[in-house]
Design a binder for this molecule. Structure first.
Ligand SMILES: [Fe+2]
Length: 197
């Protein structure tokens, strides 16, 4: 939050006092940043413990095999299911790498509209589909400008209970955790990802 907050040019400024720019000018118009996903070759549980014990993140959902190996965790300091996710990637070229950043769209229709826009531009994507974890609707696309994988994301649920019990997914239901329905995140590669899937 500790950044400069210049006013928008008058032509682009919203009449809404609580919004910087006029909305919906072009493109898929994400409303806000949602979360970041980190792929690591380190011990996922160790990173989750650090985020929890040192930075105050709460564990919301996780994937654990055989009651002992944590493959992924979703954590937040807000009511969102995750502000950050950590997933195992033994083949990662660096100990920790950005897997994707995620932008929130207001609703499922906006995600479908984004799919139309990407198709018109000839940009391949994965989705639409729905995650089991977080119950969110998704599209994944490699941003042609930065080479980063970006997730366009909507729906999901919110957590207000202070005594939330983290949800465990196991090897048996890992595939539903990833993809409840729709285009599987495991099935195919996007065009020329610069980050290993
Ligand atoms: Fe994500």
């Amino acid at each position: 939050y500790d950044v400069e907050k210049p006013k928008a040019d008058e032509k682009r400024r919203s009449v809404l006092k609580n919004q910087t720019y006029k909305a919906w000018a072009r493109g898929c118009s994400p409303r806000r940043f949602d979360h970041v996903n980190i792929a690591t070759s380190m011990d996922v549980q160790e990173i989750l413990d650090y985020l929890g014990n040192q930075l105050g993140f709460k564990l919301r959902e996780y994937v654990r095999y055989n009651n002992e190996t944590t493959l992924a965790g979703w954590m937040s300091v807000t009511p969102l299911v995750h502000d950050i996710a950590v997933i195992t990637r033994p083949q990662a070229k660096t100990p920790n790498q950005l897997h994707h950043i995620s932008y929130w769209l207001d609703n499922a229709q906006d995600v479908l509209r984004a799919a139309d826009i990407l198709s018109e531009e000839g940009i391949k994507f994965i989705g639409p589909g729905k995650h089991g974890v977080s119950q969110a609707l998704y599209l994944y696309v490699i941003d042609p400008g930065s080479g980063c994988r970006v997730e366009l994301f909507s729906n999901s649920y919110l957590i207000f209970e202070p005594d939330w019990e983290p949800v465990e997914w196991t090897e048996e239901d890992h595939s539903i955790a990833n993809t409840y329905w729709g285009d599987s995140v495991m099935d195919k590669e996007m065009n020329k990802p610069t980050i290993e899937a």
